[in-house]
Design a protein around this ligand. Structure first.
Ligand code: NAD
Ligand code: TYD
Length: 352
């Protein structure tokens, strides 16, 4: 079996659902259920003996030790993190706690467990760290996309905390020999995405007739990848990646934010027309994010060359599936827009 951390969040829950759709290898899912964690994402696994959900924090060493000793996983796939840049600007402490200290605790627990293994089990064990392209900083318009050899230049509290965690993972391999893998992925989108991030926020705001807040001039570029392609990339690296290596995962799909928002509006105009007029009428430029990175783009040739991985979805196919998913899952959307969600929207947007 494998131990997944953060498997009730956006990417982690997609990963667990895809994993169990494709194999019968059980998953222990350790998640603290912060505002971003949602048991409803995993509702289809209720009663499925292959999925064991554990409500707990990666920073609780005794709990992690006990889970490892009891279940003896062959791998840890580590998604658990604070993940939203704007929240890291308003409150960086939680990012240091989970992303840096939590990863440290998990690495120490993994090292302790790995040292109890021997022979083939010890050789086969993997600690797979899921990270972001944001650790590389911001590209100029003519720069080549991020390769695995780029220097780390994190600019936000979020990306600095993820960069720190990447460094810890690297060091635990070089110093202690822990068999690690790291993947650095570009911006994901797809089902189960919490509506604080750009694409789901635009969908839910548009459907509610609310303004679509575009930061600054809207010309910031991200390299968007459908979440299930990220999950297949992680599976490929876990299965065949070289120990101690990092692999960049991306969609070969650079787009400016304003074009993303216009694409979402056009799809909604087609799929759920608003009698009040085109959704693009709701686009509202607002004060920029402090320290806003201008451009991210991933050079995903290494994972393709070594492991034969390519994204299956184009942006056109992935964004259509995503918008349709939000239209079909109004109850999920209503459920996540709790009081805490409304508080965050007030905190982030009222003064912009
Ligand atoms: P998310 O915020 O949707 O989910 C994070 C999950 O981790 C939640 O279920 C939360 O409850 C859990 N969690 C948080 N702190 C925890 C703790 N201390 N102990 C146990 N569980 C805890 O995040 P996501 O978008 O699914 O991202 C998952 C991972 O992928 C993160 O490590 C993130 O840095 C990375 N990543 C995300 C993207 C993206 O576009 N979303 C892109 C590249 C990499
Ligand atoms: P986000 O989804 O928060 O991901 P990240 O900051 O990790 O790339 O934001 C994606 C882009 O969209 C980023 O350039 C910031 C921008 N953005 C807006 O313009 N308006 C918004 O309301 C949000 C949440 C993001």
């Amino acid at each position: 079996m494998i131990l997944v951390t953060g498997g009730a969040g956006f990417i982690g829950s997609n990963f667990v659902l895809d994993w169990l759709a494709q194999s019968d290898e059980p998953v222990i899912n350790l998640d603290a259920l912060t505002y971003a964690g949602n048991r409803a994402n995993l509702a289809s696994l209720d009663g499925d003996a292959r999925h064991v959900f554990v409500h707990g924090d990666i920073g609780e060493r005794a709990l992690v030790d006990q889970l490892l000793a009891t279940h003896r996983p062959r791998a840890i796939v580590h998604f658990a993190a604070e993940s939203h840049v704007d929240r890291s600007i308003h409150g960086p402490g939680a990012f240091m706690k989970t992303n840096v200290e939590g990863t440290f605790t998990l690495l120490e627990a993994a090292r302790g467990f790995w040292n109890t293994l021997d022979g083939a089990d010890k050789a086969a064990f993997r600690f797979h760290h899921v990270s972001t392209d944001e650790v590389y900083g911001s590209l100029k318009p003519t720069d080549p996309p991020f390769a695995e050899t780029n220097a780390y230049e994190p600019n936000s509290p979020y990306s600095a905390s993820k960069a720190a965690s990447d460094h810890l993972v690297r060091a635990w391999h070089h110093t202690y020999g822990l068999p690690v893998l790291t993947t650095n992925c570009s911006n994901n989108y797809g089902p189960l995405h919490f509506p604080e991030k750009l694409i789901p926020l635009m969908i839910v705001n548009a459907l509610a007739g609310k303004p679509l807040p575009v930061y600054g001039d809207g010309q910031q570029i991200r390299d968007w990848l459908y979440v299930k392609d990220h999950c297949s990339g992680i599976r490929a690296v876990l299965a065949g990646g070289r120990v101690g290596e990092t692999y960049n995962i991306g969609g070969w799909n650079e787009m400016a934010n304003i074009d993303i928002v216009k694409t979402v509006c056009a799809l909604l105009d087609e799929l759920r027309p608003d009698p009040a007029g085109p959704y693009a009428r709701l686009i509202t430029y607002v004060t920029d994010r402090p320290g806003h990175d201008r451009r991210y783009a991933i050079d995903a040739r290494k994972i393709e060359r070594e492991l034969g991985w390519r994204p299956a979805e184009t942006f056109a196919t992935g964004i259509r599936k995503t918008v349709q998913w939000y239209l079909d899952n109004a109850a999920w959307v209503a459920d996540v827009q709790s009081g805490a969600y409304k508080d965050w929207i007030g905190t982030n947007y009222s003064a912009r």
